[in-house]
Design a protein around this ligand. Structure first.
Ligand SMILES: CC(C)(COP(=O)(O)OP(=O)(O)OC[C@H]1O[C@@H](n2cnc3c(N)ncnc32)[C@H](O)[C@@H]1OP(=O)(O)O)[C@@H](O)C(=O)NCCC(=O)NCCS
Length: 171
């Protein structure tokens, strides 16, 4: 791996209090409507969040809960607008899958959010119904993925750079 590629290496970590400022900034830039600080604070305190770095730059985060009929549920995935289409959301979801002790993982997104639907489908989630009357004329689509007994990080989603390396055979 060269110097530049190393600088853009995708890395996922459990989010900690020191990451809060970056998460707030990402949230503001990506989805001002969801700027729910209380939500973010609780997730950090309860260790229910992952943060993604592209090199040293915080790029996105994921918050999960165990409140969906007692199953694990990805509550929110947000990627900074300037960091999108680099596999950040996919890697965050993979980190969640790899550390999810349950065998069922659920999530959801609005019918209007085609990008997130594509992310779920690429990550192997299937549709599992929908809920109306949350957002007006924009049903919430539920997604589900069966988590294999042993999800291995080695077969998880890779950054776009490493996918290209694999295609070209370059290390
Ligand atoms: C949706 C979102 C999380 C995707 O993040 P991302 O890091 O860009 O997603 P990835 O790079 O992992 O995308 C994986 C695949 O999903 C698909 N995809 C992602 N964004 C897409 C878009 N805007 N349009 C079409 N397909 C898209 C592509 O197939 C992509 O693979 P490719 O780049 O090799 O073609 C990001 O756009 C975002 O933060 N949006 C605002 C917040 C939001 O809507 N969150 C979801 C609600 S929980």
């Amino acid at each position: 791996m060269g110097i530049i590629e190393r600088e853009f290496r995708l890395r996922i970590e459990p989010a900690r209090a020191k990451d809060r400022e970056a998460m707030v900034e990402i949230n503001k830039a990506a989805a001002p409507r969801w700027h729910k600080l209380r939500h973010l604070n609780a997730a950090l305190q309860e260790k229910r969040a992952f943060i993604a770095f592209l090199g040293r730059i915080p790029a996105g985060f994921l918050i999960w809960t165990k409140d969906f009929y007692s199953h694990y549920f990805i509550d929110l995935v947000v990627v900074h607008p300037q960091m999108r289409r680099h596999g950040v959301a996919s890697a965050l979801i993979w980190a969640m899958e790899s550390s999810c002790p349950g065998n069922k993982l659920f999530s959801s997104t609005n019918r209007s959010n085609k990008a997130m639907q594509e992310v779920f489908e690429r990550a192997g989630f299937v549709k599992s119904g929908f809920i109306t009357h949350l957002d007006r004329n924009n049903p919430e689509l539920i997604y589900y993925k069966k988590i294999p007994a042993r999800a291995s990080a080695s077969s998880g989603p890779r950054s776009r750079a490493s996918r290209k390396r694999k295609k070209t055979g370059k290390k």
